[in-house]
Ligand binder design. Sequence first.
Ligand code: ATP
Ligand code: SF4
Ligand code: MG
Length: 327
Amino acid sequence: MSPLIEARGLVRVYQVRRGLFGRPIPVRAVDGVSLTVMPGETLGIVGESGSGKSTLGRMLLGVDDAQEGEVLFEGRPMPAMNTAEWRALRAKMQLVYQDPLAALDRRLTIAVQIGEPLEIHDLLPKEQRASHVAELMAAVGLRSDQADRYPHELSGGQRQRAVIARALASRPRLLVCDEPVSALDVSIQAQVVNMMRDLQEEHRIAMVFISHDLKVVRNIADRVAVMYLGRIVEEASSDVLFKAPQHPYTQALVSSVPVPGQLLEGRVILQGEPPNPANRPAGCAFHPRCPIARDICRSAVPQLRRISEGRAAACHVVAGEPVQAEA
Ligand SMILES: Nc1ncnc2c1ncn2[C@@H]1O[C@H](COP(=O)(O)OP(=O)(O)OP(=O)(O)O)[C@@H](O)[C@H]1O
Ligand code: SF4
Ligand SMILES: [Mg+2]
């Protein structure tokens, strides 16, 4: 089976000013990321704030440009944004953001908004659209009497269900979900995540699920990529990664989420300052916070290396001694 989407060496550099009159400095928000997502697979992306998760998600859809690298969708290079080819492809790739209120138009009923993609992409005969919208509403757990409500007349959870229904309207092959449940009450989060998982399995939609909440990712993802300062530092199947994380950063993240019966023997506490992409440490960017850092870690960037089938980590210690200094 070939990947639905493949990213090769993606780099995104933003020019960021320090202070009002400061000179812009380049910030590598995404720094050489390669990944694949198979049809019907859910890839979780986790990492602290500022690690580049959202930028990477936008790049996968071609909404944010790559300065280096490329994205292939169904084996073909992603067309440039806003071209006719890209717009046609957008029906197959949808984005769900954190804030459903911002994603919805306050002046339109949710039924109208759920049906918008059908109109934009001219996907179904007009007379079939209303029944498709009704099916989508039922699929995400919205009642038919809510069809004519405006976004402000729904709860946060119902609004996000409407956003998901709209994303599903064009029968996408890929959903990129950026913190889709973070703004919802904890009691509602599990319901919405379970609903997303059921729909994703039923329709075999591939999903990139971005979240800083490891419990949510563990519940929904088949495979997980851990990001630190724009790079993937560990990647493995969800089961393996949460049971036996290899990279010290992943160990610290997983340690911070106690799971009954599966606590790590030695808890790793994340020390030091949160990562700042404008001030990337030399060598392994994690070294100032790493409890097992060695001299080599301060000068050589560890590359992502395969450590077993389907499993990779970027750490000098985990993957054995480095062959040579690479940065
Ligand atoms: N449009 C932009 N202009 C300048 N810098 C940006 C822009 N978007 C993101 N950045 C910077 O790129 C880095 C990565 O940001 P990004 O939003 O991708 O991180 P994130 O992992 O999604 O964080 P969070 O968990 O807070 O959502 C950050 O340092 C951020 O300040
Ligand atoms: S490369 Fe060194 S500093 Fe980085 S995570 Fe591994 S041991 Fe720690
Ligand atoms: Mg983000």
